[in-house]
Design a protein around this ligand. Structure first.
Ligand code: SUG
Length: 448
């Protein structure tokens, strides 16, 4: 049976802004308080989705969340009408209002961890929503994420959904950003590679000194258990704590994998040789041939990798089996990275082509091409069971583009977040969106 890796991209929400909310994420910190352009952000994302669809890849779309999250503000003690809740928060605790307005759900690589049916004990595709509990503004995403994923992958015969792990730092889970799968064909059993930043219970594992390690080993192990993965189909690797301290807050900022290939930076991991050996051995037991492409620090420093987001690229398999790398414009702007990429594609290896996308609005908050997509490997039957409303088509692209033009502002600053009109604009837009994507009622304002 034919199988596909479908990229579901997060649609940027109408409150996209630069809140400076992510300590340890260099771009988020350095662009704090700048004026954002939500309309441009959403259009840049849609253009990437359309381009991939035009190249022949199956492309999906994942809806943004209701922001400001008035219910979250009520949980923190603000009361009265929705407008009063927002006004009180603006007067008494602006950072909480900013957090409740974040459009961070756009980075859907953090929405969930997904295991394809070929890997799981019950032969269904498993999803575990990420608790994202390292940052308050992201920790409020998972209830709506679960409802949206439930509406997209509704058929219980093919899809199993798990609630987020316990909301404590010991089970800090950032979803697919720290998870890669290696396989020969998407529909065949593969090796799932979980990368963690620290262990919550075992002091033998080192931890970063400066910035938080968002993903714990224990969270990754719990996800593997929930999904019913075999020990032979799982490898755990630890991120090098030094790169977390250099701004690599998720593993997908320093490594990307696809098919049988891992593309990574020399400094990305601890115990790299042993980890690569285990990946190689486990994939070969499944008939695969694991290959790795290491980018030496002498050619691209960790700092250049963080600044350019070279590794936050999408590594895609083309029809002829060769691979294509989707990178952000920032890679072309960095002389060393661009030089490396030109050498890479000219070398006759597996990665033959690089395509550049302008995703500046998202990049300024630390979200590159790979952050914006959640990969779901599906066979033909499973793909047919996905809610067809979320699969990108030329007419859907046109509809969503018009929808963005109709509802989104082209400038947003912190002071605009207190405007009660913004809440109404967002709810009007999202209500229309659930109809466009045929999701049913998924947002708190539609349910309560
Ligand atoms: O969690 N930025 C996100 C970026 C997530 C990128 N995702 C992956 N690497 N997969 C984060 O740090 C910044 C929001 C702000 O500052 O307004 C933010 O949440």
């Amino acid at each position: 049976m034919k199988s596909y890796e479908v990229n579901f991209d997060g649609l940027v929400g109408p409150t996209h802004n630069y809140g400076g909310l992510s300590y340890g994420n260099v771009a988020s910190q350095s662009n704090s308080q700048q004026s954002s352009n939500p309309k441009e952000a959403a259009l840049q994302g849609l253009q990437k989705m359309k381009a991939l669809m035009d190249m022949g890849f199956v492309q999906g779309v994942l809806a943004p969340q209701e922001r400001p999250d008035v219910a979250a503000l009520r949980n923190l003690g603000f009361s009265g009408s929705d407008a009063q809740v927002i006004q009180q928060a603006a007067q008494q605790a602006m950072p909480l209002l900013v957090a409740s307005c974040s459009a961070s759900s756009m980075w859907v690589a953090n929405a969930a961890t997904v295991s394809p049916s070929a890997d799981t004990a019950d032969g269904r595709v498993h999803f575990t929503a990420a608790n994202l509990n390292c940052k308050y503004h992201r920790s409020i995403e998972h209830p709506t994420t679960s409802r949206v994923l439930g509406a997209m992958f509704a058929d219980p015969q093919h899809f199993a959904h798990h609630a987020a792990l316990p909301a404590v730092a010991q089970f800090g889970d950032e979803g697919a950003a720290n998870h890669t799968r290696f396989c020969r064909e998407y529909g065949e059993a593969g090796v799932e590679f979980f990368v963690f930043g620290r262990s919550a219970f075992d002091t033998r594992y080192p931890a970063p000194q400066k910035y938080p390690a968002r993903q714990t080993l224990e969270a990754s192990q719990a996800v593997a258990r929930l999904h019913g993965l075999k020990d032979d189909g799982v490898v755990y690797g630890q991120q090098n704590p030094a790169v977390i301290d250099a701004g690599v807050f998720h593993n997908d900022v320093i490594a990307v994998g696809n098919g049988e290939v891992l593309f990574y930076h020399e400094d990305a991991f601890l115990n790299t040789e042993q980890m690569l050996g285990e990946l190689q051995a486990k994939l070969s037991k499944l008939g695969g041939n694991f290959q790795s492409v290491c980018v030496p620090r002498a050619l691209v420093s960790v700092e250049d990798a963080v600044r350019s987001y070279l590794f936050n690229s999408q590594l895609l398999t083309r029809a002829d089996g060769s691979m294509l790398l989707i990178v952000p414009e920032e890679c072309r702007a960095n002389e060393r990275v661009w030089h490396y990429l030109q050498g890479l594609t000219a070398s006759g290896g597996l990665i033959r082509e690089v395509k550049v996308f302008d995703l500046k609005q998202s990049m300024q908050n630390g979200g590159g091409p790979a952050c914006l997509r959640l990969r779901v490997a599906l066979n033909e039957t499973e793909l047919a069971a996905v809610n067809p409303g979320v699969i990108m088509t030329a007419p859907l692209y046109d509809t969503l583009t018009q929808w963005v033009h109709k509802h989104y502002r082209d400038s947003l600053r912190e002071s605009d977040l207190a405007d009660p009109q913004l809440l109404l604009e967002c709810r009007t837009a999202l209500d229309e969106l659930t109809q466009i994507l045929k999701l049913g009622a998924v947002y708190p304002f539609q349910i309560n």
